[in-house]
Design a protein around this ligand. Structure first.
Ligand code: SF4
Ligand code: SF4
Ligand code: SF4
Length: 567
């Protein structure tokens, strides 16, 4: 029997229900007397008119079990060709298919899809796709058993949410810079990097349940998730949440006859952003009530609208902004001189010095965090401005001990282990926490940090795209030569630049200006929603956060002018 959220009275009853009926926890059984719980899980159903799955052809495609397989297959083939050509092909990076397609086109296009759609790449990704095929022992079939150990990620790790992925991305980027992989340099290095990612992904899929790798470990996950907040696809969501609250089976999460339980541990009934929907369509296939749709949304909605903002995402935005600024400053002579001093002092062989690399990135994140600390001090004098993530409160999301084929512990978009702890009432905090906990209580630093960092998503995202443009405009045409070259042909477009350096800079500046404009709009909308709860000085908060956006945009803007389209 399914109970509604408001029918669950206390924590003991909630714990008992969790043991008796795992599905009930999917409705989230925290006691409603905790302030704001019901509101945080209020309906997030997008408007019915924005449901693409109402189109008969889209419905047929999404219901077809081969849908994701055929999205993944072409990329799977290309990536295996990348690996092979990097290992056995020409040593000239511009003529080698592996390096040319990866660094001149793929990386740039992935950023475009993140900005426009969200996690579009995740729906067709060969890394996750390959691991999942092996784990399920099926290419598209709904298998009843999976192989592997099916572990859960330890709670102490899961609580860091997307920060693990952010850390892995920093590490991989450092490796890439050290070996000049994306330069591009020696083609085989690109192959080994791809082999490394595929291997780690495969091992993760065999050790852990579902897409633990995608949700926590993949180096691209936090970047795609945060940049994707700009995207116009809201993801798969429930059409009528009341049906979900009364639903006894929760097949969308536990798995049903026609579809697997959500591999990303997301409940379409409570998702309020596209952050953790991998667009795999399994919930759409599994729901027996035909109560899941594929919704589009206005750009930036997933940055502006979430009621359950996440501290891990906020830190990821700050750190990732530091990383892309690092990739701008490192082309300047002054940077080389400073790094030279560090290298000689540390006897470190060459760029990038790890101390300078991490020091710069975390200095940028610290400046952003410090700016927010000043905001709290100036505008919320009663606030606990020194709390940088500690304390107690509610962890977001829903949790359920899984059951059914292939199921394990399930959580929704709010967050895994954190949800379980919230249910048990231990109150231990993780990074996957929410801002609503502060409503009606003292204002803490994190309650400002989360909305302000979400407002910076567009300018951070545009900076990543702009950074990829020189390679695209200068070298994308080389890919033709890398394809026809092995067959003895020559492309007259080899070495052809689509734009001059000045043209590239102009496009970069336009992209940054658009990103800054997007951030100004997002921050303005966020200030209307979030700031009145945080301060009586909303106008001052708007002015200061506007200056922050302009400062971030100006930093990227003027660095691009100075870089003069350096790749
Ligand atoms: S999270 Fe990473 S591995 Fe998973 S689908 Fe997305 S890009 Fe691929
Ligand atoms: S989406 Fe479908 S399966 Fe999932 S809770 Fe709602 S009605 Fe139940
Ligand atoms: S909510 Fe989960 S199952 Fe549904 S499409 Fe998104 S990732 Fe797939």
């Amino acid at each position: 029997m399914a109970l509604k959220l408001t029918e669950v009275g206390d924590e003991k009853q909630a714990s008992r229900l969790l043991l008796d009926d795992p599905a009930i926890a999917a409705v989230h059984v925290r006691p409603p007397q905790k302030s704001g719980v019901v509101e945080r899980f209020e309906a997030t159903d997008p408007k019915p008119g924005r449901d693409l799955a109402r189109i008969p052809l889209v419905n047929r495609v999404l219901k077809n079990r081969r849908f994701q397989f055929f999205l993944i297959l072409p990329n799977q083939l290309i990536f295996w060709i990348v690996i092979v050509s990097g290992l056995v092909g020409t040593l000239v990076p511009g003529k080698n298919f592996g390096t040319a397609i990866t660094w001149f086109i793929w990386f740039c296009m992935v950023f475009v899809t993140m900005l426009v759609v969200g996690r579009a790449w995740c729906s067709m990704c060969p890394f996750g796709g390959f691991g999942e095929w092996v784990q399920r022992r099926a290419l598209w079939r709904r298998a009843s058993k999976s192989i592997g150990l099916g572990w859960k990620l330890p709670e102490s790790w899961a609580g860091y949410g997307l920060l693990i992925s952010t850390g892995v991305f920093l590490f991989l980027t450092w490796i890439e810079e050290y070996f000049n992989i994306a330069g591009p340099g020696t083609p085989s290095y690109t192959s080994w990097m791809v082999v490394g990612i595929v291997t780690v992904a495969l091992v993760s899929f065999l050790l852990f349940e579902r897409r633990t790798f995608c949700r926590y470990i993949c180096p691209l996950s936090s970047l795609i998730g945060s940049v994707g907040a700009s995207g116009m696809v809201a993801g798969f969501r429930t059409r009528d949440r009341d049906k979900c609250l009364a639903c006894a089976t929760k097949d969308c999460m536990r798995g049903g006859e026609n579809g697997y339980g959500c591999p990303w541990y997301t409940w379409p009934g409570s998702a309020d952003s596209n952050l953790l929907c991998g667009l795999c369509s399994e919930c759409y296939k599994a729901c027996p009530e035909n109560n899941v749709g594929l919704f589009v949304q206005a750009p930036l909605t997933s940055a502006i609208a979430p009621k359950r903002r996440r501290l891990d995402v906020a830190w990821a935005v700050a750190i990732l902004f530091g990383l892309v600024l690092y990739q701008q400053v490192n082309v300047f002579d002054l940077y080389s001189k400073i790094e030279g001093w560090f290298n000689s002092g540390m006897h470190f062989p060459h760029y990038p010095n790890p101390l300078v690399y991490l020091g710069f990135i975390f200095a940028v994140a610290a400046v952003l965090a410090g700016f927010v600390w000043l905001l709290v001090k100036m505008l919320s004098p009663q606030g606990r401005g020194t709390s940088f993530g500690g304390g107690t409160g509610l962890a977001g999301g829903t949790g359920v001990a899984g059951a059914g084929p292939g199921a394990g512990a399930l959580v929704s978009s709010g967050g895994g282990a954190a949800a379980d702890k919230g249910l048990a009432g231990t109150g231990t905090l993780t990074m996957e926490r929410v801002s609503e906990a502060a409503v009606g209580t003292k204002v803490a630093w994190r309650d400002w940090f989360m909305p302000v960092m979400y407002g910076l998503v567009p300018v951070m995202a545009s900076d990543y795209l702009a950074r990829q443009l020189p390679k695209f405009f200068f070298n994308a045409a080389d890919v033709i030569q890398s394809v026809v070259g092995p067959f003895g042909f020559h492309s007259s477009l080899y070495g052809h630049q689509m734009l001059s350096a000045t043209g590239v800079v102009r496009v970069q500046l336009g992209v940054i200006a658009a990103g800054a404009a997007g951030s100004l709009y997002a921050m303005w909308r966020i200030s209307n929603r979030d700031f009145p709860r945080l301060t009586a000085h909303v106008v001052a908060a708007r002015v200061l956060t506007t200056l922050l956006v302009l400062g971030c945009g100006a930093a990227a803007f003027f660095l691009y002018i100075g870089m003069h389209a350096a790749p």
